[in-house]
Design a protein around this ligand. Structure first.
Ligand code: GLV
Length: 318
């Protein structure tokens, strides 16, 4: 069910660390909007009872209902927080048009080169004042398997291909329009593909189909790849990662996302010598990106149209 059109909300609640910056960005362009901004954890039920639209990445934990909110505009690429559990289907759910591909591609290139250049070992040797020569090979000619070929996966593909890496894609449909993929296969081919990859890059949303996709079984079929995950932690069976690394199924892992965030201090991944951890920063929402995305959707609604491209397909999960 869609909201009744025309629907042009004026009372906006923002839940984001950068709420003050997003608020002034919007006020400058749309002085007639009434805006209440707070950090997501500080958004109250009263804010939700007042607002017609909520802008934010996740559900504010202090609000038990969406109150008067009829439209949620998610500022992140992944909309899972709004689908698990799913918000009322009468509420319009849009995702930001902001493109996170370029930033996540840089995150991935940095990690691929860090592993290829053995930067973890080189910095350990430096910390110990040890002159330890190493055999460094070019990354050109290695093979990457990109699981997820959407906007983000395609941006990663272009950057890895530019380094001379042969890039294969895996997607729900087994197809992609991105020319940087040497080949694209459906997800069912995954067990046969992981053994040929030097790099496996996950950029998947979390849906019932992707949860646990990188199971212990799949990990066992890897033959020394480095696993990069910039999608969602629960796509990987995280408890199997230490074994996968210790058994050599994986040669390393660069992880930006985890089943539980922040990653608990007790996680064995923190101290593993072949793991690079980053705190969910590979593709950050920008103030202008959040503002422009919201205004693009608002303009459609003001014109009596749903911003169809950005309305979340709830059954698909993104
Ligand atoms: C971050 O993970 C996002 O979904 O934007």
């Amino acid at each position: 069910m869609s909201p009744v059109l025309p629907f042009a909300p004026r009372r906006v609640a923002i839940g984001a660390n950068a709420h003050a910056e997003i608020t002034s960005w919007l006020r400058e362009r749309c002085p007639d909007l009434e805006i209440r901004g707070a950090r997501m954890v500080d958004v109250t039920q009263a804010d939700m009872d007042w607002a017609e639209v909520y802008i934010g990445f996740r559900r504010p934990p202090a609000a038990s209902t969406l109150g008067a909110v009829q439209w949620v505009h998610c500022t992140g690429a992944g909309v899972d927080s709004w689908l698990n559990p799913e918000i009322d289907r009468a509420v319009l759910l849009t995702r930001t048009p902001e493109s996170f591909g370029p930033a996540i591609a840089e995150w991935a290139v940095a990690r691929v080169l860090a592993f290829q250049q053995q930067l973890l070992e080189v910095s350990r040797a430096q910390a110990e004042r040890r002159w330890a020569s190493r055999d460094i090979q070019s990354v050109a000619g290695t093979r990457a398997l990109l699981v997820g070929t959407g906007d983000v996966g395609s941006a990663v593909a272009r950057q890895l291909a530019a380094l001379g890496i042969r890039v294969t894609g895996v997607s729900r449909t087994g197809r992609s329009d991105e020319a940087s993929f040497a080949a694209v296969y459906p997800v069912s081919a995954l067990p046969h593909l992981v053994g040929d990859a030097d790099w496996i890059v996950l950029t998947l949303p979390i849906t019932p189909n992707t949860r646990g996709l990188f199971s212990r079984d799949i990990l066992r079929r890897c033959k020394g790849a480095v696993l990069l995950n910039a999608g969602r932690g629960a796509v990987v069976e995280e408890a199997a990662l230490p074994d996968a690394l210790d058994a050599g199924w994986l040669r390393g892992a660069a992880l930006d996302v985890f089943e539980t965030e922040p990653l608990p201090e007790s996680s064995p991944l923190w101290g593993h010598p072949a793991v690079m951890i980053s705190p969910h920063i590979s593709g950050l929402t920008t103030v202008a990106g959040a503002g422009e995305g919201f205004l693009e959707c608002l303009a459609s609604l003001e014109g009596g149209q749903l911003p169809s491209r950005w309305v979340v397909d709830r059954d698909r999960g993104y």
